[in-house]
Design a protein around this ligand. Structure first.
Ligand SMILES: *Cc1c(COP(=O)(O)O)cnc(C)c1O
Length: 433
């Protein structure tokens, strides 16, 4: 499989080159030359496949023979080290929990898969060390740190804004050591991002060290999210009914992977992009005009994105045809007070404790089911463990959440971050290490 840039001004590259580069040289996102179709036999017999086998069938056509089948299987086994349980909320609705990974958010799968592909690319291409540079407002950094932890030949440097990530998130970023370094930036998330951008265009620096990013536009992170949709389909509680999946969306990588899964032949009848008040895509679906905005802060902060990077990939899948997009995709947006109300409602009807992101997925699903006369079974994704948003969840539901064991140990570890303030300090750090 080859990948081309959506700015159409760079050469086509192989899977591993696209993973290594992240963004094409013309600053466009990479997109596969074509979307392969899976055999009907595979779809019909999906319940006889393990999650590892499903992931292999799904991702192999995108990787091609660049990674041997055995190595790819090894990477998948090492990526999917946890379960994805489905929990029914009522007769018509269930949630698929994507948060059972090491950092309790769904980004663990993409980060782990990408780390292992990159490690392999590094092994076969050169012996040069690779440095991953990433700015985080919280969740991404933790998943990347954990996903790349002890992966040979790769150093990870994470910039995070001082005092602006939660206590759990800070521990996840700053306590691992080994090949992971956290730089605590005296500034905002935007300052962190600006420093990362400066590094990538600093020719003196990039001549000395090979730098790459690990953000969600990387094809290895993006495409491996397809696994969730196949797992949802395989384990759906009511196989007789048509399936609709609602995805709490921010940068639109996850739902875009779902649309690719559907194009490959997975029988998902409809997808729902559920957002907070950062409603650029739901507005586009209603009005036909895409008008990006500055992001606004909400209680579902992992979705505070005003100009989602992956939206252009969704347009590409459907040849820019709004009519075709709307046939399979709906979008709804919700305020913080609606989110809290939904959290209470879910807790009341099923004793299930949702996090704010999952609650928005539930709201989108409910609104869609109300809008149609047809019968569907609906699944919404739970993208984070409620403990990651303990303050808001506990005060809204007036209950306490049990701290999972894998978190308890991390809370006792020591913060090893290095404080910095300027780009020059970042540069000296990268050059001297
Ligand atoms: C990143 C994230 C999202 C948004 O996912 P996208 O792929 O960016 O749309 C939703 N929920 C949580 C908890 C996240 O961390």
């Amino acid at each position: 499989m080859k990948y081309h840039s959506l700015n159409y001004n760079s050469n086509k590259v192989s899977f591993l080159d696209a993973v290594r580069k992240g963004l094409a040289p013309d600053r466009g996102l990479y997109f596969p030359e074509n979307i392969p179709k899976l055999s009907e036999k595979f779809i019909q017999n999906i319940s006889s496949y393990s999650n590892h086998e499903i992931a292999f069938e799904v991702i192999h056509p995108f990787v091609g023979n660049e990674i041997s089948k055995n190595k790819l299987r090894e990477i998948i086994v090492d990526t999917l080290i946890f379960d994805f349980p489905i929990v029914p909320i009522n007769d018509k609705i269930a949630t698929l929990e994507l948060f059972h990974g090491p950092t309790l958010a769904f980004k663990d799968v993409g980060a782990r898969f990408m780390a292992r592909c990159l490690n392999y690319a590094n092994e076969i291409k050169s012996n040069k060390n690779l440095t991953i540079l990433v700015a985080t407002s919280g969740d991404t950094g933790g998943a990347v740190a954990d996903g790349f932890y002890k992966v040979e030949g790769i150093n990870v440097v994470i910039l995070y804004p001082k005092g602006k990530v939660s206590a759990i998130q800070e521990k996840q970023l700053t306590t691992l050591g080994e090949n992971i370094t956290a730089l605590e930036v005296d500034g905002t998330f935007d300052d962190c991002q600006d420093m990362v951008k400066s590094a990538f265009i600093d020719s003196e620096l990039i001549n000395e060290i090979e730098l790459t990013s690990a953000n969600s536009i990387n094809i290895a992170r993006w495409l491996s999210q397809m696994f969730y949709y196949f797992i949802a389909y395989k384990n759906r509680p009511n196989p007789e009914e048509k399936l609709v999946i609602s995805v709490p969306s921010g940068n639109f990588g996850n739902i875009c992977a779902g649309l690719v899964a559907q194009q490959m032949g997975l029988p998902i009848d409809h997808l729902i992009a559920s957002t907070n008040i950062n409603d650029t895509v739901p507005n586009y679906l209603n009005s036909g005009t895409y008008s990006p905005k500055k992001s606004k802060s909400t209680i579902s902060n992992a979705m505070d994105v005003g100009d989602p990077s992956n939206f252009i990939r969704i347009q590409k899948i459907f040849d820019n045809d709004l009519f075709k997009i709307k046939k399979v995709l709906s979008g709804y947006h919700y305020s913080d007070s609606q989110t809290k109300k939904a959290m209470k409602e879910i807790y009341k009807i099923s004793s299930y404790i949702p996090d704010p992101h999952g609650a928005i997925g539930y709201l989108g699903l409910k609104e869609f089911l109300k809008s149609t006369d047809e019968s569907y079974y609906g699944i919404f994704f739970e993208t984070a463990h409620p403990i990651k948003f303990a303050d808001i969840v506990e005060s809204t539901l007036k209950t306490t959440i049990e701290v999972p064991n894998r978190l308890k140990s991390i809370l006792e570890r020591t913060n090893n971050s290095i404080p910095i303030k300027t780009y020059q300090q970042l540069k000296s750090y990268l050059r001297e290490r």
